[in-house]
Write a protein that binds this ligand. Structure first.
Ligand SMILES: [Zn+2]
Length: 142
């Protein structure tokens, strides 16, 4: 199946400290620190990843991809609602939608556990989210 990803634009102005949000034509995402040293000292920090696909905007979406940049290298990451992959200081979180799901009103609010060498100073630099569109039953996009 052919897919394409619509690029989205970051909007990080006017945010409360510790809240990192991005919005585009469909998904919006917020990443907030939930708990430092959540598994005990020198273990991992938990971050809450909260994303909403607006109601009234229905198109076929196969997955959302959230890219979170941290201020230092991450050694490992686990996501409650999908896959998390780590490359340097970047964690990419992928949440699959159910087959041929329309994105209307979809949302998730899930924990991301992040391992790093200095959890006390670990912080989120930016967060971005994109929507992967699939083909509809007529074979066209959206
Ligand atoms: Zn979408």
């Amino acid at each position: 199946m052919r897919e394409y990803v619509k690029p989205l634009v970051l909007a990080n102005e006017d945010l409360a400290e510790g809240v990192y949000a991005a919005s585009g034509e469909c998904w919006t995402v917020e990443v907030t620190l939930a708990q430092k040293n959540a598994g005990g000292p020198n273990t991992y920090n938990n971050y809450r990843v909260k994303a909403v696909h607006p109601t009234g905007l229905a198109h076929i979406s196969t997955k959302s991809v959230t890219t979170i940049v941290f201020n230092q290298d991450v050694t490992d990451a686990y996501f409650d609602s999908g896959d998390a992959s780590v490359s340097g200081n970047v964690v990419v979180v992928t949440r699959e939608s159910h087959a041929n799901a329309y994105g209307d009103g979809d949302n998730f609010n899930s924990l991301l556990s992040v391992y790093a060498n200095n959890l006390d100073t670990l912080s989120v630099v930016s967060a971005d989210i994109s929507c992967t569109h699939g083909t509809n039953v007529q074979g066209g996009f959206d």
